[in-house]
Write a protein that binds this ligand. Structure first.
Ligand code: AMP
Ligand code: ZN
Ligand code: FE
Ligand code: FE
Length: 293
């Protein structure tokens, strides 16, 4: 299939999650919801997996272009303790053996960490059950939002946001997982023909962020862009990211980071300029066609 050039008015959302990770809509439901929301281009970017790609392509409504992607769990090991961060990866070859192996390793690390978090909770007398939580993830990449659901079911918290508070998964019961070194992730995605964008790089409300000096180094290592318009960025943070991108010649994206009912943000709440999207497509190489409905 050939990529369709985006019109100047195209509505483009380049960061969304399905049940292949911690979203609540299945990949098919996600693409249908995207068309209904009036989007022209949608990227599916589940955490550390490409499992949603096929069902999304199969269900693609006419007129919607799908950008196949993933959100990679990375870490910057240049400081102690290492800082976790998310890289959006687009249009890479899903069969690339090195990348496939790394994603499988990270998904397993997520299971190990999830089970440990549950052990910590249980040691404090909190009645949550790991096999139930795993079942709740339905075979998709498991994450803290699935544990949050168990805390809600147990009546311990009312909302996902509360479950991510300091008394729960945000701090007290937060454990690190074994992520991908961010420089290695950029190399792997590029070697697989893909393009990387740093997701929500200044989201201080999520925890620690990396210094701008690291972003300079990432740009030199092949990072293509920065996500500026994101729910977790204040107006000042968005402006800062745009300035940094301009300085470094990086493209800038905006996206919803839609998670269905696990978050309140709606599809298309933030969008990417067609010009930036075209740069992503142009920077991709290899067997990475866009699927167009
Ligand atoms: P994990 O990938 O297991 O570390 O869980 C992190 C995921 O939980 C992120 O990708 C977000 O989608 C979600 N998340 C993080 N903070 C919050 C929050 N405060 N409220 C709701 N969801 C959150
Ligand atoms: Zn998520
Ligand atoms: Fe993220
Ligand atoms: Fe995300």
């Amino acid at each position: 299939m050939t990529p369709r050039p985006a019109s100047a008015t195209a509505r483009i959302d380049l960061h969304t999650h399905s049940t292949a990770s911690d979203g609540t809509l299945g990949p098919a439901e996600l693409v249908r919801a995207a068309a209904k929301a009036g989007l022209d281009v949608l990227a599916i970017t589940d955490h550390d997996t490409t499992a949603g790609w096929e069902p999304a392509v199969r269900a693609l409504p006419p007129g919607l272009t799908l950008v196949r992607g993933a959100e990679l769990s990375c870490r910057w090991y240049g400081t102690d303790p290492a800082v976790p961060l998310h890289l959006l990866a687009y249009l890479f070859d899903p069969a690339d053996p090195d990348l496939v192996a790394e994603l499988a390793r990270v998904r397993l690390a997520r299971e190990v960490r999830g089970e440990r978090i549950v052990e910590l909770l249980r040691a404090d007398g909190i009645d949550v059950n790991w096999s139930e939580i795993l079942a709740g993830a339905g075979g998709g990449t498991v994450g803290r939002p699935h544990i949050a659901q168990a805390l809600i079911r147990a009546g311990l918290v009312a909302t996902t946001t509360e479950a991510f508070g300091p008394n729960w998964l945000g701090e007290r019961y937060r454990l690190p997982k074994d992520d991908i070194d961010v420089f290695r992730a950029i190399r792997l995605v590029r070697a697989a023909g893909g393009v990387t964008v740093f997701a929500h790089p200044r989201a201080t409300r999520r925890g620690r962020i990396v210094p701008d000096e690291l972003i300079v180094e990432l740009a030199a290592a092949g990072l293509a862009g920065l996500e500026a318009d994101h729910e977790d960025h204040s107006p000042a943070e968005r402006a800062h990211v745009r300035g940094l991108a301009a300085e470094l010649g990086l493209l800038v994206t905006g996206s919803s980071d839609f998670h269905g009912t696990h978050k309140t943000v709606q599809l298309g709440a933030h969008t990417t300029d067609p010009e930036a999207y075209e740069r992503i497509v142009a920077a991709a190489s290899g067997v990475t066609e866009l699927a167009s409905g």
